[in-house]
Structures are given as structure tokens and as C-alpha cells.
Design a binder for this molecule. Structure first.
Ligand code: AMP
Length: 544
């Protein structure tokens, strides 16, 4: 068993097994079983049109698993994976599981600051990267990461390896490998984070397989499903809700999109006759507009899942008329709990709510600031526990003490109300995080970086309303005495230099003499947010 994670109490584990949620199957079996049942079916298609049958994918994963073992990467080893939406990701994911290693999934956008922290926390022994992606050389990042995190012994590169090992050379004749304990951690996902640095989310074979299987059922996935991966494969939504794993589990076909742009995605939808996909609200908005001028044939599309941040009721209502498919709202978290509107829900629930819990055993509490349950229908913070919701972040005991109740409920930091039908409406957020169109930014993490700037005395990062992204990021700065605070461009360059991912860079900088304070003397972020929003309205008013 991996150490440093918090398993479910045995009484709960027994219950989840008895209810049939946890089936005692390693996660990689979903591929093995489909490959045995339907070897010649197409499992995977990449953007270039290269096709993999289930048998080919399965065989390749076996060979790479043997190659990993030969390198000395095996049971319980944590491997940081940072690959774009390519077949290399899919093969590697299964190969790592088969070798008994634990993939730690990071986004292609992450940079030194995030990668070093994640590799350090995970105690990673290997790091897998593309060579160059969008003009950024990941091998340079790997050099820096290796220097900072000596536990990284291997760097594997999809592409030109330079001094590292080419992923293509990680290949050997398949060897029999012991199957992992299904109750053990299968992979580590990244949380958006509200404090300091991103946290690692342990997901077990049992819980993640259930997450995938139950999601595939609710979403009506079957062997005719052709699922387009638009979001990064490392994101829980695209990976497992039901995502690429859910599609493979039922024998469907996964198509990989290089970007979510309407040009790329629409072309693939037409070419591969895609039936289902998942996007964040800004991408949905883009697509809703693009159908007016793109003439691609989208008639195969039956299901558009939208989640990651809140989709407004107005764009939600436009999905069926514009795209001709069913909308499904998804309010989920890599920590576990998933809420889906159901395919046969009446349209007002689909348009107005963010869905209801996936599992009959998802327990939901909605509490006030003192932790007391609010009256039914009132808004409060959502707490949850269940058969696929974590009981603690990986190696984060102090954070866990704050984030989980004594009886194991996860405090989501989301403000919701529950309708009599059981559907949830997301009303806002209690956590100090900006949700920039689905990308999560921890205010505290960014403030810590900004405060390292010599011109900054104090920093407060708040969200500002934005029609497309839902929110964008505003950094409020108090300059250091006798110095001037950096302008937006300078601050962005400074943060980039510190290895901060581009999506975290502030969209706006506001310099002020002092911050408003709460009655106990803390920075009043609510007031700051109101001021910025007011200012934006004035500026808008000035334009029109
Ligand atoms: P992640 O771990 O990136 O999946 O982020 C999970 C968080 O994203 C949730 O706790 C919410 O704050 C937010 N979120 C996800 N889906 C939705 C949605 N449909 N509506 C509003 N917020 C959402």
C-alpha cells in the first residue's frame, strides 16, 4: 500500500463493496477486457487520423509496462505525467498502471513552480514530458525540475529526447506483472487548490473504476459512442466523467482533439462522427457562436457535457437549438463528487441546475458558516462524502485537518442550494480561489508569488466578472514605500520568470494605497471584489 494517503474507514469500505460500487478490479482491466472482447474495434483516433484498435492499444501498453519495469519503474513509484492530448498519453497511462506505478497527472500548461512542487510532494522518481509544445521546451523544464527534485531519476520524452530517454525506447517484450491491490491508490490528480500550492488527490482503483463505470451509465455511453477529448486528458472531467476511460470501458472510440478551437473540434466531429464531448463554459460559448459561420456537419453530436465552472442559463438554453444535441450540466471535482443533469431530465432542470449526485451513496450536507445544516432549499457550503470522494489529500495532514470534518466529509468550498428534486444549483464560492473559465487559481498561491516582487508591499488576488470566462483574475497591489508597483505586463514577466503557469497570470493589476479591512483587520476581499466590479461597470459605461 502507498503511504501518506487516507483510506476510507473499514466500515465504509465494506458498505461500498457490499453495494457493488467497489468491484475489486484494477483500473487498467477496463482496457484488457475490451481488448479481449473486441480486439479489432477502433479504440483511439488521434488528430492526424492515426487509428489504434483495442488489441493494439492493449499490446502497446503491455510492452511499455515491461519497458518501464526494465528501467526500474515499478510498484508504488510516482511518475509525474505532463503530456498533451496524444496517443502517447493513453498508452503511458495504462502502461504505468500495469507496471504498478502511480501516474501523477499535471497539465501541459504547468511550469516549474507547479511541477517542482508536485514532484517533490509526490516523491516522484520519473517525469514524462513532450519535447517542445506550443514553442515551450519541456526538456529545459525537466532539467530544472531534476535539479530541484533529486528523487527524479528518469525523464522520459515523447519526441526528441536530448540527454533523456525517448518514450519510444521504453519498450520490451511483455512480462507477467502482478496486479495491484484494487483498494490501493491508482493515480494522483491535481486539485485546483485554495491554499499555497496545488494538492494531490489520491484515487484508488476501486473508487476510480466506479467513478468511470457509473458515469458511463448515467451518460448512456455504449460501444457506439465516439467521444472527443477536448479538455486536457489529465483533467478528471475529460479522463473519467465518463471521458476517455468511460468510452474505452464500454468499447467506444476515443478521438483526441489538439485544441478546443471550433476549427479543430468541428472538423474532428464531422470527420469521426463524434457523438459526445465535454467542454468548459467559455468553450461552449465559443462553439455556440462558431456554428453560425463554420459550416461543419455536427449532426452526429448527441451529447454536450458542460462543467468546470458555472454555465449561465441563457447559453444553456441555446445549446439544443444551436448544436442540435442534448446538454448535460456537470458540477464535479477531481476530489470526487460528480453531479450530472440526467439525459431525461426536464429541460428547465437541465438549463437551471448543475445536476444531481451520481451515486445513491453520495452524502450531501449544506451548512452555514458555523457548520450547521441550513434549512432545505437555503444556500450554504456543500460538504460531501461517498464511495468515490477522497478522505484526505496526499501527504497533507495539516490541510486535511481543516478541509475534512471529523466524520470524513470533504468541505468543497462551493456554495449551493438543493432543490426538492435533489438537483444542486451552484450559487457561489466560499473558497479563496478564482475559477477562470474552469481553470482554478489559488489566490494565496498567486499572492505569495506576487509578494516576492521587490515593488510590492501587499497583494490581494480577487476574481472580476467576465462575460466569457465567468471570472478573470485581478491582482490588487499596495506598493512598497518609495517604490512603484509593477504594471500588469511587468508583473506577468516576473511571474513567468518564477515558473508560474500562464493561466495564472493576472489579467489586471490595480494599485492602491491600502486595502479595505474587515472588522478583525483582515484584507476585505469581498469589498475589493465589489470595488473592481464597480470600476469595470464604470469603464464599460464609458465605452458605450
Ligand atoms: P476541478 O477539481 O478542477 O474539477 O474543480 C472543481 C471545482 O470546480 C468545484 O469545486 C467547483 O468550484 C468548480 N465547478 C466544477 N463544475 C462546476 C459547475 N458546473 N458549476 C460551477 N462550478 C463548478
Amino acid at each position: 500500500m502507498l503511504d501518506g494517503w487516507v483510506p476510507w474507514p473499514e466500515s465504509f469500505a465494506r458498505r461500498y463493496r457490499a453495494a457493488g460500487y467497489w468491484e475489486g478490479r484494477p483500473l487498467d482491466r477496463l482496457l484488457r477486457e475490451r481488448a479481449a472482447a473486441d480486439p479489432d474495434r477502433i479504440a483511439l483516433v488521434d488528430a492526424a487520423g492515426d487509428r489504434w484498435t483495442y488489441a493494439e492499444l492493449d499490446r502497446h501498453a503491455d510492452r511499455q509496462a515491461a519497458g518501464l519495469r526494465r528501467l526500474g519503474i515499478g510498484a508504488g513509484d510516482r511518475v509525474v505525467v505532463q503530456l498533451p492530448n496524444t496517443d502517447a498519453f493513453v498508452v503511458l497511462f495504462f502502461a504505468l498502471l500495469r507496471a504498478g506505478a502511480v501516474p501523477v497527472l499535471t497539465l501541459p500548461a504547468h511550469r516549474e513552480s507547479e511541477i517542482v512542487h508536485v514532484a517533490e510532494t509526490a516523491g516522484a522518481t520519473a517525469y514524462v514530458i513532450p519535447d517542445v509544445l506550443d514553442g515551450f521546451d519541456h526538456r529545459a523544464l525537466a532539467r530544472a525540475a531534476r535539479k530541484a527534485v533529486p528523487s527524479i531519476e528518469h525523464v522520459l520524452v515523447a519526441g526528441e529526447a536530448a540527454e533523456f530517454t525517448a518514450l519510444a525506447d521504453v519498450d520490451a517484450a511483455p512480462v507477467p506483472l502482478a496486479e495491484p491491490d484494487p483498494g490501493d491508490v491508482a493515480l494522483l490528480l491535481l486539485s485546483g487548490g485554495t491554499t499555497g500550492k496545488p494538492k494531490l488527490i489520491p484515487r484508488t482503483h476501486d473508487d476510480y473504476t466506479y467513478n468511470v463505470r457509473a458515469s458511463a451509465e448515467v451518460c448512456g455511453f455504449d460501444s457506439d459512442t465516439v467521444y472527443l477529448v477536448v479538455l486536457p486528458t489529465a483533467h478528471n472531467f475529460a479522463l473519467a466523467c465518463p471521458g476517455l476511460l468511460g468510452t474505452l470501458m464500454v468499447g467506444g472510440t476515443v478521438v483526441l482533439a489538439p485544441t478546443p478551437s471550433p476549427e479543430d473540434a468541428f472538423e474532428l466531429i464531422e470527420r469521426e462522427k463524434v457523438t459526445a464531448t465535454a467542454v468548459v463554459p467559455p468553450v461552449a460559448l465559443l462553439w455556440l457562436d462558431a456554428v453560425e459561420w463554420e459550416d461543419a456537419d455536427l449532426s452526429s453530436l448527441r451529447l454536450l457535457q458542460v462543467g468546470g465552472s458555472k454555465l449561465g442559463a441563457e447559453p444553456a438554453a441555446r445549446v439544443r437549438p444551436a448544436l442540435g444535441c442534448t446538454l448535460q450540466q456537470v458540477f464535479g471535482m477531481a476530489e470526487g463528487l460528480l453531479n450530472y443533469t440526467r439525459l431525461d431530465d426536464p429541460s428547465d432542470l437541465v438549463i437551471q441546475t448543475q445536476g444531481r449526485p451520481l451515486s445513491p451513496d453520495d452524502e450531501i450536507r449544506v451548512v452555514d458558516e458555523d457548520g450547521r445544516d441550513v434549512a432545505p432549499g437555503e444556500t450554504g457550503e456543500l460538504l460531501t462524502r461517498g464511495p468515490y470522494t477522497l478522505r484526505g489529500y496526499y501527504r497533507a495532514p495539516e490541510h486535511n485537518a481543516r478541509t475534512f470534518s471529523d466524520d470524513g466529509f470533504y468541505r468543497t468550498g462551493d456554495l449551493v442550494r438543493v432543490l426538492p428534486s435533489g438537483h444542486l444549483v451552484v450559487e457561489g464560492r466560499a473558497k479563496d480561489q478564482i475559477n477562470r473559465g474552469g481553470d482554478k487559481i489559488s489566490a494565496e498561491e498567486l499572492e505569495n508569488h506576487i509578494m516576492a516582487h521587490p515593488g510590492v508591499h501587499d497583494a490581494a488576488v480577487v476574481g472580476m466578472p467576465d462575460a466569457t470566462m465567468g471570472e478573470r483574475t485581478c491582482a490588487c497591489l499596495v506598493p512598497r514605500a518609495g517604490r512603484s508597483a509593477p504594471a500588469q505586463r511587468e508583473l506577468a514577466a516576473f511571474l513567468t520568470d518564477r515558473g508560474v503557469a500562464a493561466y495564472k497570470l493576472p489579467d489586471r493589476v490595480e494599485v492602491m494605497d491600502a486595502f479595505p479591512r474587515t472588522s478583525v483587520g483582515k484584507t476585505d476581499k469581498k469589498e475589493l471584489g465589489r470595488r473592481i466590479a464597480g470600476q469595470l461597470r464604470t469603464e464599460d459605461g464609458g465605452v458605450h
